[in-house]
Design a protein. Structure first.
Length: 339
């Protein structure tokens, strides 16, 4: 554990929404916060942004992260602790480059850290590492998860104890290169299906009891418009881009995600963790910076959204994580946040 702690001074916006606009830590850059409550304490599993001088491009080469730091806090608005390096690329046997947005889960006395990383062939895969502590250090498995692909793993454990992973991201996340079921390096980096074709969906699978592998073949998740039809690729204010997250509220499954080049966080709901999910609306309007990535978690009976922007640096690849309340209407609709 490092001494680097930073109190997140509570603030309120004009609507009374608390904790908006306060970076949770200021001494390192953090992004893509996946938050969980383990044993009554809040743990945040973020990317650790660093300056590497890589050129900024649509392939995301400038996001050249090399390790993870886990953050914790006892309560929203309380002191934030940075627990130091939890996993480093140099300790991952199959590592190529770029540790992107991670997530974590707990089962039977072990914590699991799931992370996207390019292998030595420059193909994004999802890896898993384990620890007896929620803050690590984590030990990576020798190989990426069999059948895993692309980026942004998000792990959801249902009330029946079954755990599912959602993953995928287009453009630099390479999902468009998996359209045939196999990785196709000849598919240009940014090529989505034609504007009038069905958009690419995120992928998902249930995890095995050992949490280290998939219990079933990876499938595509269907996201439908209010008209019941899948979104078209050209509909970039609605179609899935990256950063999926699943939570359950009042028996309903909420799948939320980033629309990428239109910079929105949006959500869709369904009656099963497998979907299909029907689009409902915008959770958060664009933040400062190109990327937008979030997680949604219940803490002490209230719901919060963790997200990032570039307030501290003004640079898209040097982000800072934040948290604010997630408010719903009585019928469960999420109110749009204007960050
Ligand atoms: O942090 C690198 C990438 O940027 C993440 O994997 C994406 O979700 C976007 O936030």
């Amino acid at each position: 554990e490092t001494a680097a702690t930073e109190a997140a001074a509570p603030a309120a916006d004009s609507t009374g929404r608390k904790y908006l606009a306060q970076p949770l830590v200021k001494d390192i850059y953090t992004a893509d916060p996946s938050a969980h409550v383990f044993n009554g304490k809040i743990y945040i599993y973020p990317s650790h942004d660093i300056e590497t001088g890589m050129p900024e491009n649509d392939n995301g080469d400038h996001f050249a992260m090399r390790d993870y730091h886990i953050l914790s806090m006892d309560s929203i608005g309380g002191k934030v602790t940075d627990h130091g390096v939890a996993l480093d690329t140099k300790d991952i046997p199959w590592a190529g480059r770029q540790l992107w947005a991670p997530d974590a889960a707990y089962k039977n006395g072990t914590y699991y850290l799931y992370f996207p990383l390019k292998d030595k062939q420059d193909v994004f895969r999802i890896g898993v590492a384990t620890s007896k502590s929620p803050t690590g250090p984590f030990k990576a498995e020798a190989k990426p998860m069999e059948g895993s692909l692309s980026i942004d793993p998000a792990v959801f454990t249902d009330t029946d104890g079954k755990t599912y992973m959602y993953m995928g991201g287009i453009w630099g996340g390479q999902l468009q290169r998996w359209r045939t079921g196999k990785y196709d390096a000849s598919n240009p980096k940014m090529q989505e299906p034609g504007a009038q074709k069905t958009a690419l969906g995120p992928k998902m699978a249930r995890l095995s009891d050992n949490m280290l592998s998939f219990a079933e073949p990876v499938k595509e998740v269907q996201i439908l418009g209010q008209d019941g039809k899948p979104f078209l690729s050209g509909d970039n204010t609605h179609r899935f881009f990256e950063g999926g997250w699943l939570h359950k509220y009042n028996g309903k499954y909420y799948f939320s995600y980033s629309t990428g080049d239109t910079h929105l966080l949006v959500y869709a709901t369904g009656t099963s963790p497998y979907g299909p999910f029907t689009y409902q609306g915008v959770i958060m309007n664009p933040v400062e910076g190109w990327t937008t990535h979030h997680s949604i978690v219940e803490v002490g009976g209230k719901w919060y959204i963790f997200y990032h922007d570039t307030q501290l640096s003004g640079k898209t690849w040097l982000r800072n994580v934040k948290v604010t309340e997630l408010k719903r209407t009585p019928d469960g609709r999420i109110e749009t946040i204007n960050p």
